[in-house]
Each structure stands twice: as C-alpha cells, then as structure tokens.
Ligand binder design. Structure first.
Ligand code: HEM
Length: 368
C-alpha cells in the first residue's frame, strides 16, 4: 500500500493546475488578439524575433547601417527582403552582400513594432505556461506509483505543449496557412481539456482530504447518470461546433489575408460558404441541450451551477455570432467568440468528469 498524498501536496498541486489553466486561457486570448490585430508575422522567425532574444522596438534595429555590430543570426530588412547575418561582424561603410544570406522560409518582410510585440507577448505567455506544467509534472512523478493516471495525463499535456510550440514555428514558417492555425487552435483545446480532467481529479482528492468530498453532494444515482450522459453528449456536440467554427474562421482568414485586416469588411459574410449557416444552426442544438442539462441537474449543486454558466455562455456565443453574421464580422468580437468557446469547453469537461466522480462515489459509498 502506498502512503496517501498529504493535504498540502494535493493543495499545492491543485494551485499549480489552477495557474496552468489560467495561463492556458491567457494563451488562447493572446492568440486571438494576435489574429485580430493581424500580428501573426510580427516576428518573422521562431523562436527568436528578427534573430533577437528581446524583439526590436525601432526600425533602426532591423535595418543596415554603417559601423553597426550584428550578431550571427540577426535579421535585417534590405531591399524588401529579409536577410540573416552569416556571422557576427561590424559593418564598414559599404553593404557587403556576402556577409548576409536570404531568409528563405517565406517572403514576408514588414516591420511593425506593435505587431512584433503583440506576437512576442503571445509567445512569452506560451512559454510561461510551461513553468507550472513542468512543476506539476515533477509533483506528480513523485507519486507515479500511487497516481499512474495523473502521470499519464501530465505526460500527454507535456507532449502536446511541445507539439504546440513546434506548430507555432510551422505556422510562422508557412506565413499563417489557415488550416495550420486550426490545428494549432485544436491543440490548445486538447491541452485545456486534459488540464480540466487533471484539475477535477486532483480537486476531488483534495476535497476528500479537506472533508468536502463529492459524497456530501446529494442526488440519486439515476439523475447523476443522466446528467453525466448529457454532459458527454454536449462535449461531443461542442467538439463538432468547434470544428465547424474553425472552418468558418479559415474562410475569414483567407479574406483577411487577401484583402487586409484593417479594411472595411462589407460583404465578407456573403462570400462565406454555407458552412457558416451550418455553424449557426448547430448552435441552436447546443443551446437546447445545455438548457436541458440545466433543467435535469437541479439539486446537484456543483453541476447545476456549471450547467447554468454553460447555458449563459452559449447564449452569449450565439449573440456574438449573430453580431458577426449581420454586422460584417467586427474585429473586436472575433477574440471574444473564441475565448467564450474555451470557457464553455473547460466547463463541459470539468462537469462531465465531476458527474462521473459523483456516480463512482455513490457506488462506493452505497451499502449494496
Ligand atoms: C454555441 C454557439 C457557438 C459556439 C460554441 C461557437 C464556436 C466557434 C468557434 C470555436 C469558432 C472558431 C474560432 C477560431 O477558430 O478562431 C467560431 C467561429 C465563428 N463563428 Fe461561432 N460559435 C457559436 C455560434 C455562432 C453563431 C450563432 C454564429 C452566427 C452565424 C457564429 C459565427 C461564427 C463566425 C462568423 C466565426 C468566424 C469568426 C472569425 O473569423 O474569427 N457562431 N465559432
């Protein structure tokens, strides 16, 4: 028999997971702001930015000048092209092309310090997310034998995080190909889902230690099972709705890329395929099921609360969606629409797992 984890251990792990979750929401938010402002290529290379660890703030930092020192790998914009210093050197009075090579991953060569910093902050938050996740992994690995499932989940989170970092590079190298952005976004939702599962499981254990166990929550088994099934169904529907939404976004991306981010969006919606209509109608189904979930979870305090929030978030989502549909996709609504999606996705996974724990607890604590 392995020693049970102490309350302090579970408490600390729970805090680390809370920080990870908040940072994941922030990464999704930052990513959507990058897209809204068209800052995706603010740093044309990866992981550095114009070959610098701290990105440039002034155009003079990315242009050639006489008597200026350049480090190996540093980038400049010269003749509308990106050039990379082949070695560290001090320039003399003339530009010597043999000291430079063309950056051949893409042909984007614009410097906009605001875009650069928005993209850089996005990357920083992503990197920061690695810290609590790594600490959580260390915490969990020390209990590998008593908590193998937590260990496997955190390994999956770590792998997904590495994959996401690599995908970030692929997205920049490809100069923002829409379907690559979609895969990147789906990856973030998978990390969020895995963290939600882990957090719920750790919380349940912590509550048990703190004598606030799930078993204190009343509700007969049948209701719990029904609520669990509807949560799962809603999770599946939400998964489909996310994919439908990303397909609409890919079409908007194509328009944004060819026409520009800061232009009038008059008539854009008419140019979208019928995917947007499918996405719109599907939201009615989702809202109907979330309303049903709210009704049937009455009396199951934690679950009813979650179902209520999910219902409200879906209504808001649909309202924002309608605003985008009827008012030419206002820029500011795009990030809010995706942030609300990440919140409802988290709550559905958390609620599904919590209801499963409540069923398990009922079975364990029941005399027969
Ligand atoms: C339950 C309700 C809804 C959910 C969960 C939802 C979810 C999503 C998601 C996940 C995306 C992808 C965002 C991205 O890839 O960055 C998206 C995009 C989009 N959705 Fe929805 N949506 C909902 C309702 C609606 C409705 C009713 C409309 C109205 C037609 C709508 C219009 C759009 C549009 C126009 C986009 C593309 C936005 C962009 O380019 O940034 N959505 N949605």
């Amino acid at each position: 028999m392995y020693p049970p984890p102490s309350t302090l251990w579970t408490f600390l792990l729970r805090r680390l997971l809370q920080i990870s979750l908040v940072l994941t929401f922030l990464v999704i938010t930052a990513g959507s702001i990058v897209r809204m402002t068209g800052s995706g290529m603010g740093c044309p290379d990866w992981p550095k930015c114009f070959g610098l660890v701290i990105p440039p703030t002034q155009i003079s930092q990315v242009t050639w000048n006489s008597n200026k020192f350049f480090n190996k790998g540093q980038m400049i914009i010269y003749d509308n092209k990106l050039l990379v210093a082949k070695e560290s050197f001090l320039t003399d009075n003339n530009f010597v092309s043999s000291k430079w090579k063309n950056y051949d991953r893409h042909d984007y060569s614009i410097f906009n310090p605001i875009h650069t910093w928005i993209e850089y902050i996005n990357r920083l938050i992503g990197a920061l997310l690695g810290v609590p996740i790594l600490l959580s992994s260390i915490f969990i690995f020390f209990r590998f034998r008593s908590h193998p499932r937590w260990s496997l989940t955190i390994i999956a989170v770590l792998l997904m995080l590495c994959l996401e970092a690599w995908l970030g590079k692929v997205v920049v190298d490809g100069n923002l190909i829409p379907h690559q952005i979609t895969i990147h976004l789906v990856g973030a939702f998978i990390i969020l889902g895995l963290l939600a599962l882990l957090y719920r499981s750790v919380s349940s254990e912590w509550e048990t230690h703190a004598f606030l166990a799930e078993r204190k929550i009343h509700g007969i088994l049948d209701t719990r099972q029904k609520v669990y099934r509807v949560f799962i169904l809603l999770g599946l529907l939400m998964g489909i709705q996310i994919v439908l939404g990303t397909q609409v976004r890919e079409e908007v991306d194509v328009l944004m890329k060819s026409l520009g981010v800061n232009v009038s969006r008059d008539g854009w919606v008419d140019q979208l395929s019928s995917m947007v209509l499918v996405h719109r109608s599907f939201s009615l189904l989702i809202i109907a099921f979330s309303y049903y979930l709210m009704r049937i979870s009455k009396g199951l305090a934690g679950l009813h609360f979650r179902a209520g929030i999910i219902f409200i978030v879906f209504i808001l989502q649909a309202l924002l969606g309608a605003l985008m549909f009827y008012f030419d996709i206002p820029k500011i609504i795009q990030p809010i629409h995706i942030i609300l999606s990440s919140i409802s996705w988290f709550l559905i996974i958390d609620g599904a797992f919590k209801s499963w724990l409540m069923i398990r607890d009922f079975k364990f604590s029941s005399p027969d």
